[in-house]
Ligand binder design. Structure first.
Ligand SMILES: *[C@@H]1O[C@H](CO)[C@@H](O)[C@H](O)[C@H]1NC(C)=O
Length: 474
């Protein structure tokens, strides 16, 4: 910016008739610029202070709000789930799924689990595949790709156990099930040339996942199974963001895929009800501060939001609050929540992501747009050739889509789902989960998942599989 200013000033000065008078004005110009630089640094320090104060204040408000939430629950005669087992040892004995990895859990349940590796832009992506049910001996051509959400992994689809977890249910119904793990999560952490603590490694959001990684995964599956293999895509939360971004950035996948199922769609976010919304302005401001400190992974302990969550780790009375933070942020549904499985859920949730992902979502919340990453005026010109980032052009989405939504989803609100519906050129099917209290994470762990969700997914999948209607069901 200073350089541009300098050029403008120089050309104005050289046009001046008395060119000898340039010398003193040059001196004062540079002195002024020098002063500007000094004050810019001071401003940056002030900004750092004010942002930190802001975070502290938000943190206090956040706790107050949460206390209100706890009071409210108790006044209404309901109970908070105390998500901590009194002894970690005993809970480990109760359920080894707490410490097992995804392939371990799947295998323990008697299914085959294969791990497949695809390298995309140097990121080593590990997928988990359940190729068939426990009783089938052949692999079906009917293929489903499951894409998890934010802070999550392939564990999303199996945590609820056989009979309920969608991956098992699909395998039992004769599908070949592939579960991705996005770059940066615990199963896809390696990179061929970047160190995982480098800025370059974490310089991505779901945009790059949609543009490079998921297409690479789909291509890989077709390489293994044949190019005429039809693959249906099921995404949860950010997994839906990735689907829609991919279908606009790589429109050829509208023809390659068979159908797309969006569970708890996260595309427009301006009507988000979660308290996370109040974090959006902080998250986007703090990106700058954190990048100064060399922190690029989101929710590592020394990041600003990591500090917020670490205030939860003391033995003070806050611990009950903090352990329930997931429900506070995502909506609570006591009836559908299996308390016995909570240690399993908690041990598999919360794998890291990039700051850029968090900031990108914050931008969606604030702008109300479904657009590429906003780098700010100057860098946008350099990256996109325009002053603001381009929207993802949803008019390119021609794949048959079904949107699954629910009334108590604090992250995917009715209004925002409706906005997505309105933007799609081919009107998608809609399914309102028939439970008033169904929340954002019930898609992964609802006790009544078969009745509320899975049966609908199965029949919708079948409806989109005409090519395979003659396939013998082993
Ligand atoms: C909760 O999960 C446990 C462990 O998988 C299971 O045994 C139990 O039946 C589940 N409870 C309900 C109500 O589904």
């Amino acid at each position: 910016m200073h350089i541009a200013l300098l050029l403008v000033t120089l050309s104005a000065a050289s046009a001046a008739p008395n060119s000898w008078s340039l010398v003193p004005s040059f001196n004062s110009f540079f002195k002024e610029q020098g002063d500007n630089v000094v004050s810019w640094y001071n401003d940056a320090a002030n900004m750092k202070d004010s942002v930190e104060n802001y975070v502290e204040e938000q943190q206090r408000m956040f706790k107050d709000k949460f206390n209100d939430y706890v009071d409210d629950i108790q006044e209404n005669g309901r109970h908070l789930v105390d998500s901590t087992y009194s002894s970690r040892e005993s809970s480990l004995l109760d359920n080894p799924d707490i410490i097992l990895s995804v392939p371990g859990i799947i295998t323990r349940n008697g299914y085959i689990c294969e791990t497949h590796t695809v390298i995309s832009q140097g990121y080593v992506l590990n997928m988990h595949r359940i190729p068939r049910s426990r009783s089938h001996s052949d692999v079906s051509p009917k293929t489903v790709l499951l894409q998890h959400g934010l802070f999550a992994s392939s564990a999303d689809w199996i945590m609820n156990g056989p009979g309920k977890g969608l991956a098992y249910v699909l395998a039992d119904a004769g599908y070949d099930v592939w579960m991705t793990n996005i770059r940066g999560n615990r199963y896809s952490k390696d990179h061929v040339w970047y160190k995982t603590n480098s800025q370059e490694y974490w310089d991505f959001s779901w945009h790059e996942v949609a543009l490079y990684d998921v297409p690479a995964v789909i291509d890989y599956i077709m390489e293994i199974k044949g190019t005429d293999t039809k693959i249906s895509y099921i995404g949860h939360s950010m997994g839906t963001t990735i689907l829609f971004a991919m279908l606009t950035l790589r429109p050829e996948y509208n023809n390659i895929l068979t159908a797309g199922f969006a569970l708890a769609p996260v595309v427009y976010l301006s009507d988000m009800k979660s308290p996370l919304k109040s974090m959006a302005p902080i998250a986007s401001n703090l990106a700058y501060i954190d990048s100064l400190q060399g922190t690029y992974e989101f929710i590592p302990k020394n990041s600003a939001l990591g500090q917020i969550s670490s205030t939860c780790s003391g033995e003070n009375m806050d611990s009950l609050i903090c352990k329930n933070i997931v429900f506070y942020l995502c909506g609570f549904n006591e009836r559908q929540f299996n308390k016995t499985l909570l240690p399993v859920f908690l041990s598999h949730l919360g794998t890291g992501t990039s700051w850029k992902t968090a900031v990108h979502f914050s931008q969606e919340i604030l702008s109300g747009k479904f657009a590429q990453f906003d780098y700010g005026y100057w860098k946008n010109w350099r990256v996109y050739g325009t002053q603001s980032p381009p929207d993802y052009d949803l008019s390119k989405v021609t794949l048959p889509i079904k949107l699954f939504w629910s009334k108590n989803d604090l992250l995917s609100s009715e209004k925002d789902v409706q906005a997505l519906y309105d933007k799609l050129p081919v009107k998608p099917d809609m399914f309102l989960v028939p439970d008033e209290k169904f929340n954002h994470l019930d898609y992964l762990w609802a006790i009544d998942a078969p009745r509320l969700l899975n049966n609908e997914i199965l029949s919708s999948l079948e409806a989109h599989m005409p090519d395979y209607s003659f396939t013998v069901r082993f």
